[in-house]
Design a protein around this ligand. Structure first.
Ligand SMILES: C[S@@+](CC[C@H](N)C(=O)[O-])C[C@H]1O[C@@H](n2cnc3c(N)ncnc32)[C@H](O)[C@@H]1O
Length: 308
């Protein structure tokens, strides 16, 4: 069949005509397409950085008073995972900022009288939120040292002993003191949660932890064992496998990079929660949670898993 081709910028078309009919092919690609796509990605990143910076003031250049200056200096002495408003105009420069997304979680306005557990608390953002909403008791759980995280053996073998022995929680301690918090931080693993030792919680929360766990099914079973009410399960989902019907797809990542063992679909998170013994699961939010200064989209889903 004789074929004629035409190229206009990133668009290319070809027409083939013969005795049996004609065939038109349309396509996008080539160097012009790559330039256009890169331009689009750069503009998106720039727009996001502007939004990010508007939402999260950095440490104040001129702290308002000596107390604020001392706090800002302490904050600057450690790395932060979460953006936390410590008062005095001081916000911690976290890698993730949950503040603009808080309303999406549909947290109760008041948690008065409730026992609440935050699993994998890191700097304590969620635990402090639960306290702010009036919880009677908030417990915050995290592993004791960096080496207690589920690194695969060959990754662990390449890590220095002093890195593995590094205690976590320096940011938490600074925030805890600055906020005058009564949250109780305990060290240990989600895998060992046990009602005989911890009692039961009306509300439990696990956010962006399951992705780092070799055994998410066990973790959710242990979470269910200490929850009598609702568990908030907030996790990153993989757009390539999310929404492909009801199949509970998970992608195995092996823990080799940033200790990421799994990429989840919403259906897999839902099924994991049901298999852990929760009675029903509802989705309350999905949104993009960007890593600070990164163009990468991170699709976040929030599920409420009810025990009754
Ligand atoms: C990616 S951070 C998420 C922090 C926080 N939950 C949030 O949503 O912003 C993962 C946290 O889980 C903790 N973690 C990892 N393995 C754990 C385990 N087996 N038990 C409890 N916490 C764990 C890490 O130390 C870290 O604080």
């Amino acid at each position: 069949m004789p074929r004629k081709s035409l190229k206009v910028g990133p668009l290319h078309a070809s027409l083939a005509a013969g005795r049996d009919g004609a065939e038109v092919t349309l396509g996008l690609g080539g160097a012009a397409w790559n330039r256009w796509y890169k331009g689009l990605a750069d503009r998106r990143r720039a727009a996001r950085d502007v939004a990010w910076n508007a939402a999260v003031p950095r440490l104040p250049a001129e702290p308002a008073n000596p107390e604020a200056a001392a706090l800002a200096a302490r904050v600057a002495s450690v790395g932060w995972y979460q953006t936390i408003d410590l008062g005095h105009g001081v916000l911690t420069p976290g890698e993730f900022n949950h503040i603009p997304h808080l309303a999406k979680y549909r947290l109760p306005e008041t948690l008065a009288g409730k026992r609440v557990l935050d699993i994998g608390t890191f700097d304590g953002f969620w635990a402090f939120q639960f306290e702010k909403r009036g919880a009677a008791e908030v417990m915050a759980l995290d592993v004791e040292t960096f080496g207690d995280i589920d690194f695969p053996p060959n990754v662990r073998a390449g890590m220095a002993d002093d890195l593995l022995a590094t205690p976590l929680g320096r940011g938490f301690a600074i925030a805890h003191e600055a906020l005058g918090s009564r949250v109780q931080r305990r060290t240990g693993s989600v895998y060992r949660l046990d009602a005989a030792e911890w009692g039961r919680f009306d509300v439990s929360h696990i956010g962006n932890v399951l992705v780092h766990l070799r055994d998410p099914a066990l973790a959710l079973q242990r979470m269910r064992a200490v929850t009598e009410g609702v568990a908030i399960i907030s996790e990153m989902v993989d757009p390539d496998i999310d929404g492909l019907g009801d199949a509970p797809l998970m992608r195995y990542m092996g823990g080799q990079v940033n200790c990421n063992w799994w990429r989840y679909s919403t259906a897999s998170l839902r099924q994991l929660a049901l298999d852990a013994g929760f009675a029903r699961v509802e989705e309350v939010a999905r949104f993009n949670l960007p890593l600070r200064d990164s163009a990468r989209d991170q699709r976040q889903v929030v599920l409420l898993a009810h025990t009754a």
